[in-house]
Design a protein around this ligand. Structure first.
Ligand code: SAM
Length: 231
């Protein structure tokens, strides 16, 4: 992967960025996503935000090497603090972090949101609490995708602020659109998850120290949901 060739995961994220967008890529690391999108002429401008100095410098280097300093601002900042009102951001990507981390970044950064931005999120786990935050803050999920790359299942969740929206507990767990579409990648992911849940339950049974009943029941409930989904 480099500024021109993205991983399949980032290609699928890139496909959700609207043409002409002004993108804030938060947790940009090497900055490959905004650089590739600008080189392809998909977006007009970007902010690449990074909280850690090493990836911040990597992003600075990528932007400088591509000669895109006029169009991409690289900023050392925590979460949405990288965004300034004058940036006119219309889309925000938060990719390759835990779902809870993405949720916390959105929650802490609400004052930086104009209420118009499309959110393109690629959580590594923790999808359920992230969807819960989206629902609680009036974001409708407008696209979802599961993909398998390098032995990992990745999810992409795209959301737009539309006002009140209501999802069931199962929709928050599996994803409302994925639950309807039931793509092969989605079903394979949940087949693998069901095997893991059964292993976890067997480990709970063998554990020397008693596992709290509430924990066991939660895993058993999730295993039941998955089994029903796949039935
Ligand atoms: N977004 C890229 C991708 O999907 O390939 C890089 C993912 S990398 C695994 C996660 C990056 O998020 C790291 O570079 C980390 O420093 C950055 N990060 C984590 N928490 C952050 C925060 N609160 N604000 C900005 N960046 C953050």
């Amino acid at each position: 992967m480099n500024q021109q060739t993205l991983s399949m995961r980032l290609e699928r994220v890139a496909a959700q960025v609207p043409a002409g967008a002004r993108l804030a890529d938060i947790g940009s690391d090497h900055g490959y996503l905004p650089v590739a999108l600008l080189r392809r002429g998909v977006i007009d401008a970007a902010v690449a935000g990074e909280v850690a100095p090493t990836p911040f410098h990597a992003a600075l280097r990528s932007v400088r090497d591509s000669g895109l300093e006029q169009r991409i601002s690289v900023r050392l900042a925590n979460g949405l603090a990288a965004i300034e009102p004058a940036d006119g951001i219309t889309a925000i990507s938060l990719c390759g972090m835990g779902g809870e981390t993405i949720r916390d970044i959105l929650d802490r950064g609400q004052a930086r949101l104009s209420g118009q931005e499309r959110l393109i999120l690629q959580p590594n786990g923790g999808e359920q609490p992230l969807r819960q935050w989206l629902m609680d803050h009036g974001y409708r999920i407008v696209a979802e995708e599961v993909l398998h790359e390098n032995r990992f299942d990745y999810e992409i969740i795209v959301a737009e602020p539309t006002g009140p929206v209501s999802y069931s507990a199962e929709e928050l767990y599996f994803g409302p659109l994925q639950l309807q579409a039931r793509s092969p990648a989605f079903l394979l992911k949940w087949q693998r998850r069901l095997r893991q849940k059964h292993k976890t339950l067997a480990q709970f049974d063998r554990a020397r120290q008693a596992v709290p009943e509430a924990t066991r029941q939660e895993v058993a409930r999730q295993a039941r949901w998955i089994a029903e989904l796949l039935a």
